[in-house]
Ligand binder design. Structure first.
Ligand SMILES: *Cc1c(COP(=O)(O)O)cnc(C)c1O
Ligand code: SF4
Length: 330
């Protein structure tokens, strides 16, 4: 039997991966000077469905800004480094990162469907890494041996880029670990490639027999298309808890009304806002920073405008800390 890519894999393959064709499609002029010399280490990558949510002819579109490499990435900012969150120091077993009590991150793949320019993972060597089956066994053994681990978080990269067979296999193994209460998945795919939410995926997620939490990642209300809504409805119908995390980004969502709208539209799709992250200070992303003082003003506006459950927690990742540090003003 020949291998047949599924429709979501075909959609993934049809995404944009060069600046020129994306700019042509959006009818904007690429400024050749905007291209960072080393951008091939983390090239442009964006699915068509996400591009469809951008405004044609608008070079400042907030979704475009998240994916278009620009010369600002070459600027150096004090305090920005290659591993700002201390992940490299927290590797407990192959693919296992343990920083917080009771929870481990399991990283099966470093690949993503979209390359977000602000992401700290842009500097990691593992962008196309896939855990071998032997390494997966070591990771499972590590989790099985530690009864204090009650939650496994599939992260990456994007864990939903694994094909159904691999993911199903992994979930089955996790299902067998009795002390695991919950499975959590951190994925941007329901937003940037909603076709990934297939009936097979839903079946795999329900079959695990544990509570499943899916934390999606949307930064701007324009990302929440009708297709995203359909994918989320399927997930909800299968009893999966949906949360969202965003990163506060200059030129994307650093605006009180945008953040209010994001929370409202998330909830309309059955998703609760979870975290609003201050930017991780990775080399090449300084131009996205929103200073803490402004971030706190946005949160105050959200608090004055929305019910408490629609106000995300403003947090900062601090290497070595026991949890994500809340940022607040008395
Ligand atoms: C963010 C993160 C988690 C999850 O933290 P929560 O506060 O439970 O969402 C777990 N492990 C690592 C390494 C993380 O970076
Ligand atoms: S890990 Fe998340 S934020 Fe980073 S590039 Fe992948 S999808 Fe984007």
């Amino acid at each position: 039997m020949t291998y047949q890519p599924s429709p979501w894999q075909q959609a993934l393959a049809q995404g944009f991966n060069d600046i020129e064709s994306l700019c042509k499609h959006l009818q904007i002029t690429p400024d050749s000077l905007t291209l960072p010399a080393d951008y091939k280490n983390f090239p442009l990558r964006v699915p068509r469905g996400f591009v469809d949510c951008m405004e044609v002819g608008n070079p400042h579109d907030p979704l475009l800004r998240q994916v278009l490499p620009i010369a600002d990435e070459l600027r150096e900012y004090p305090g920005y480094s290659h591993d700002p969150v201390g992940d490299l120091a927290a590797v407990a077993a192959p693919g296992v990162i343990q920083k917080y009590h009771g929870r481990v991150l399991l990283i099966m793949t470093g690949a993503c469907a979209i390359h977000c320019r602000y992401c700290f993972r842009r500097n990691f060597p593992y962008s196309e890494l896939q855990l071998s089956s032997q390494k997966i066994q070591q990771a499972i053994a590590y989790i099985s041996a530690d009864p204090t681990i009650s939650e496994v978080i599939l992260s990456g990269g994007d864990p939903l880029l694994l094909n159904d067979a691999k993911l199903g296999d992994l979930l089955q193994q996790l299902a067998g670990i009795e002390h695991l209460k919950r499975l959590r998945i951190h994925s941007r795919l329901p937003v940037v490639l909603p076709a990934r939410v297939t009936p097979t995926l839903l079946t795999h997620l329900t079959a695990i027999g544990k509570q499943v939490v899916l934390v999606i990642h949307a930064n701007h209300p324009n990302e929440l298309s009708e297709q995203v809504g359909i994918a989320c409805a399927g997930l909800k119908q299968h009893g999966i808890t949906l949360l969202n995390q965003s990163v506060l980004l200059q030129g994307v969502n650093d605006d009180a009304e945008t953040l209010v709208k994001l929370s409202e539209q998330l909830f309309a799709l059955g998703i609760l806002p979870y975290y609003l992250h201050l930017l991780d200070k990775a080399s090449g992303v300084g131009h996205f920073e929103v200073v803490e003082e402004r971030a706190l003003e946005f949160v105050q506006h959200l608090q004055q405008t929305l019910p408490g459950y629609l106000v995300p927690k403003l947090v900062r990742e601090q290497a070595g800390a026991a949890y994500k540090m809340p940022v607040f003003r008395w």
